[in-house]
Write a protein that binds this ligand. Structure first.
Ligand code: ADP
Ligand code: MG
Length: 245
């Protein structure tokens, strides 16, 4: 039997006033899957992520989480918000807290975890992303790539079922990008379900189970990395990839 998808996006639409930014978006995300979303700037990638985590309200269609509409009156939103984490292009760390406390505090305040348990968990995750030597540093002492790895550890510390990434390496100097991508690659091997908006085509090809190509507010093409990168069917996909491959 096929596992039930964690997330099902169905006929999703999003308009800002009369400007329709997402038109009829349909795709499923299965447990443990890594789905990369690629496409030009302005094609609606961030808006799609922001609808999935309800930073924006869809104007049409539906999004199901374990088969239940996240837009339904009786849907457990607090549970959903805890289950779906997000890593942003701009890291959004707490600048007054140390690296360790950035990862500990959300666990103790939001999840009500006891301090010792939260600290153990934080140290484990900071170690995984190679940031354990910096536990006592403040964010402004870190490079962009280091900050982003702390932000990833902080998001993972909340034990999300799904983690969304919106261009997590786009604000970084080129020499920092690989450390962050490696941290994400390691995460992918832990079985975490991930939806990653990225311009890193090598990452999308190597780490994703499926790739979504967005163009002008629709999914122009979706498939395995091999289908999308080696045998793209749509002209728009081919033209987009010419710029990257
Ligand atoms: P991408 O992430 O692919 O670059 P976005 O989702 O950020 O694309 O944007 C898609 C389109 O939606 C753009 O034309 C953008 O100007 C528009 N848009 C995004 N957010 C808003 C908003 N809050 N209000 C009005 N227009 C928006
Ligand atoms: Mg964007």
């Amino acid at each position: 039997m096929m596992a039930e998808p964690i997330i099902q996006v169905q006929k999703l639409k999003k308009a800002f006033g009369s400007h329709e930014v997402l038109t009829d978006i349909n795709f499923d995300v299965n447990p443990g899957e890594v789905v990369s979303i690629i496409g030009r700037s302005g094609s609606g990638k961030s808006t799609l992520l922001r609808n999935i985590n309800l930073l924006e309200e869809p104007t049409g269609g539906d999004i199901l989480f374990h088969g239940k509409s996240i837009l339904a009156q009786n849907f457990d939103l607090p549970h959903y918000r805890a289950a779906v984490g997000m890593v942003f292009q701009q890291f959004n760390l707490f600048s007054n807290l140390t690296v360790l406390d950035n990862v500990v505090t959300p666990q103790t305040t939001v999840l009500k975890r006891d301090a010792a348990q939260a600290k153990t968990h934080a140290l484990e995750l900071l170690n995984q992303v190679g940031m354990d030597p910096f536990v006592n540093a403040k964010p402004d002492q870190l490079s962009g790539g280091q900050k982003q790895r702390v932000a990833i550890a902080r998001a993972v510390a909340m034990d999300p079922e799904v983690l969304l990434f919106d261009e997590p390496t786009s604000a970084l100097d080129p020499e920092m990008v690989d450390d962050v991508l490696n941290a994400m690659k390691n995460l992918a091997t832990t079985g975490l379900t991930m939806i990653v908006v990225t311009h890193e085509m090598a990452f999308a090809r190597d780490v994703s189970d499926r790739v979504v190509f967005m163009n002008e507010g629709v999914i122009a093409e979706i498939g395995t990395p091999e289908q999308i990168f080696d045998h793209p069917q749509q002209t728009a996909t081919q033209e987009f990839l010419k710029r990257y491959l």
